[in-house]
Design a protein around this ligand. Structure first.
Ligand code: SF4
Length: 212
């Protein structure tokens, strides 16, 4: 399989349970909930996306013909020995492309594999940290994982926090929706967490730090 990668870079994970952890971000091109083109946003299943995931033209991006070639490129971003190294597979929707062969190849170069998925595609085995972030009315297929991270608030009935409380995740996070109402959204998320202490607040710390 040829893997299409929008961009790749070394940074700190900004969100959720691994916030602050150094990681290689591997952003796959393409998503199944939006084309990524502004003229399609209004009709998309997911309409609040803040990510560029179209094409393979970003820094470190490109087409990779084999899983080994892509894993070697990921490893090239890690400073020093890769024991304990961490890669965050994101997108777009990474599970459109992340397959068993790539999971093996990333493990072979000693990377721990994190995935940030919208939950509409069942995850393959072997992922070390699975974060599911449900979007709008998109039907959830992946009901288990390490971290459920819900962008909040969302209007759709299917995307209310109560809908996910019975699923089997280790951590539950609300992440204020980034928009021209971020401050109000943050307060709503804080209030919800205080009323429902199973939920924790996830801030997009990379945006406050001004890093990618
Ligand atoms: S599911 Fe994620 S990558 Fe896809 S459009 Fe929504 S926010 Fe963007």
């Amino acid at each position: 399989m040829t893997y299409s990668v929008k961009e790749m870079y070394y940074t700190l994970q900004g969100e959720g349970a691994h916030s602050g952890r150094p990681a290689v971000f591997l952003r796959f091109a393409g998503c199944n909930l939006w084309s990524g083109r502004e003229e399609h946003r209004a009709e998309a299943v997911c309409r609040f996306c803040d990510t560029q995931f179209v094409g393979v033209d970003g820094p470190g991006g490109g087409k990779f013909e084999t899983p080994q070639e892509l894993a070697a490129a990921v490893a090239g971003f890690w400073p020093g020995a890769t024991a304990g190294a961490y890669v965050v597979c994101t997108g777009g929707e990474p599970l459109l492309q992340l397959d068993d062969a790539l999971i093996c190849a990333l493990h072979a170069v000693e990377f721990e594999i994190g995935v940030e998925s919208n939950g509409t595609i069942p995850a393959p085995a072997g992922i070390d940290w699975l974060c599911i972030s449900p979007k709008g009315n998109a039907p959830l297929q992946q009901m288990t994982g390490d971290e459920l991270k819900l962008v909040y608030p969302q209007q759709e009935a299917a995307a209310q926090p109560e809908k996910f409380a019975q699923l089997k995740f280790q951590h539950y996070y609300l992440q204020p929706m980034d928009s021209d109402e971020t401050e109000a959204n943050t307060q709503l998320a804080v209030d919800y967490c205080l009323r429902n202490p199973r939920w924790k607040l996830s801030m997009q710390s990379h945006k406050y730090l001004g890093i990618d």
